[in-house]
Design a protein around this ligand. Structure first.
Ligand SMILES: Cc1cc2nc3c(=O)[nH]c(=O)nc-3n(C[C@H](O)[C@H](O)[C@H](O)COP(=O)(O)OP(=O)(O)OC[C@H]3O[C@@H](n4cnc5c(N)ncnc54)[C@H](O)[C@@H]3O)c2cc1C
Length: 469
């Protein structure tokens, strides 16, 4: 087990060194300002009070900060945009929060090699827009793409709507520049299309949630810009389990929609309330599938998807070529979480991922667990990936409801493991899924994880308490 860092002096002894290492205004200690950096979107996970927030602009500045923290045994919690949903960016007491918000340069777009090099604080949508202007496409598109950073996406191995067909963040990371726990700058990976020299350290760092190094530059693979998807299929279902059967049917038939999402009645109602969107909210849930094949293959694929929806007892299944109408439904899917937040309730977000053949059983269990614990559970999902986001909703300040939601959360995690799934498909372990991860991995594999952590961060200063902590 990695020992937690033991400061040998009061952590405040570090402050003069941070102030000397960074220009004026980039070390924040005002409690009101620091407050904004204490936690990510996982408001239920514990979070401490940082000693300071630092906002470096260059790799050299990041290295200076980490070296100073290492010398003082002070923890470093790296933070992108703070949109994480597992508490990964939550501060620990006395730590330095290292915000990448000023590291926003798109360093290079190389159309010849089809790659981009960016600083970690670049917002996902900004990279996608800049690449598109050069005829290129960066596919990973988490629903948080307007806010979340490429560094955060890499550190969590973020998924998104396109991932069902085009893969997750890991599939696009070619190389990383990283500041190690000792404050040394290293580069891992390559710019070539292929390469197998040495262990896959890029793969190890992707999804490491700030526990193995601070990512200071990312080289990503790009694809040629694709034509806009042409056809959308919308299925209306009376039960979540029927949605699960439809997803399994589409997959088993070998179809490859370019996005395949689920949104339930509660989420549609919340988006309607917030945006006056006029979306249908009579069915228990909708499935949205999209094809980006060229015609006439698009029509063939969309027709086959509609047949699978009908075969799984959809009350209605419609095929649309109206891009505006389709985008409104996909926007509703992206806006579901903030729309529920607008209502002022507390939300605990699950991220379990199931084999697609087990989705119907899992969705049924989620409904039963919610009813058993008397907790309102809304559902969105990257359905085509089997990645469910049951959202456990309780009124703020209702401690009894909160405890019931926590019990339901643990039971959903257990059920996913029982059904051959995993505790987190894309949001990461952070704080909220540490127990579930232990159950999923077992002692021998957990020991391997701890050995890796010990090798890369022997003093345990990088994001302590998260993932394996
Ligand atoms: C409305 C909404 C929709 C979402 N939709 C999706 C979705 O579709 N798919 C998905 O995967 N997630 C989704 N998320 C979760 C979240 O947006 C992702 O996990 C995202 O990748 C986090 O990026 P961030 O910049 O906000 O990182 P943060 O939340 O700031 O940090 C996340 C983790 O990465 C670490 N980290 C951040 N930057 C670095 C760095 N430079 N070096 C090392 N470690 C670092 C942090 O320490 C932390 O552990 C959603 C969240 C919201 C609020």
């Amino acid at each position: 087990m990695v020992a937690p860092p033991k400061p040998q002096q009061p952590p405040s002894a570090l402050l003069p060194e941070l102030l000397a290492a960074l220009p004026r205004g980039r070390v924040l200690t005002d409690p009101d300002v620091v407050e904004r950096y204490r936690h990510d979107e996982a408001e239920w996970a514990e979070h401490g009070r940082p000693l300071a927030v630092v906002r470096p602009e260059s790799t050299a500045e990041v290295a200076s900060v980490v070296r100073a923290c290492a010398a003082h045994h002070v923890p470093v919690v790296t933070r992108g945009a703070g949109t994480g949903l597992s508490g990964g960016a939550n501060a620990v007491d006395g730590c330095v929060v290292l915000s990448t918000e000023r590291m926003r340069a798109i360093v290079e777009i190389d159309p010849g090699e089809r790659l981009a090099v960016v600083q970690p604080g670049v917002v996902n949508d900004d990279l996608r827009t800049t690449a598109a202007a050069r005829g290129l496409w960066y596919p990973p598109d988490p629903a948080s793409a307007p806010w979340s950073t490429i560094g955060g996406n890499v550190a969590t191995n973020a998924g998104g709507l396109c991932c069902v067909k085009y893969g997750v963040t890991r599939d696009y990371v070619l190389a990383l520049e990283v500041v190690t726990a000792a404050g040394e700058v290293v580069r891992v990976g390559r710019r070539t299309a292929k390469g197998v020299a040495g262990y896959d350290l890029v793969g190890l760092l992707v999804g490491s949630e700030g526990t193995l190094g601070v990512i200071t530059e990312v080289t990503v693979r790009l694809r040629p810009l694709r034509a806009a998807p042409t056809r959308t299929v919308v299925g209306f279902f009376d039960s979540l389990a029927a949605c699960g059967r439809a997803v399994a049917g589409v997959t088993a038939r070998g179809l490859e929609p370019s996005a395949f999402e689920l949104i339930d009645r509660h989420c549609l109602a919340a988006v309607n309330e917030w945006k006056h969107a006029g979306l249908p909210q009579n069915a228990a849930a909708l499935l949205l599938a999209r094809t980006d094949l060229p015609e006439p293959a698009a029509e063939v694929e969309a027709t086959a998807i509609r047949e699978e929806f009908e075969g799984a007892d959809a009350t209605e299944a419609l095929m649309s070529t109206d891009a505006v109408e389709a985008e409104a439904l996909f926007d509703a899917r992206r806006l579901a979480y903030p729309a529920l937040e607008q209502r002022g309730d507390a939300i605990l977000t699950e991220d379990v991922c199931l084999p697609r053949g087990r989705l119907a059983a899992m969705l049924q269990r989620v409904a039963e667990i919610g009813a058993h614990h008397d907790v309102l559970v809304a559902n969105i999902a990257h359905a085509g990936d089997g990645n469910l986001h049951p959202l456990l909703i309780t009124p703020h300040g209702d401690d009894a409801a909160r405890r019931r939601a926590q019990a339901a959360f643990a039971e959903i995690v257990d059920s996913a493991i029982d059904l051959g799934g995993t505790v987190t498909g894309e949001h990461g372990v952070g704080l909220l899924k540490r127990d579930g991860m232990r159950r999923e991995l077992g002692p021998a594999v957990l020991a391997l994880h701890r050995a890796v952590k010990q090798a890369l961060d022997p003093a345990g200063i990088l994001n302590p308490g998260k993932v394996v902590g």
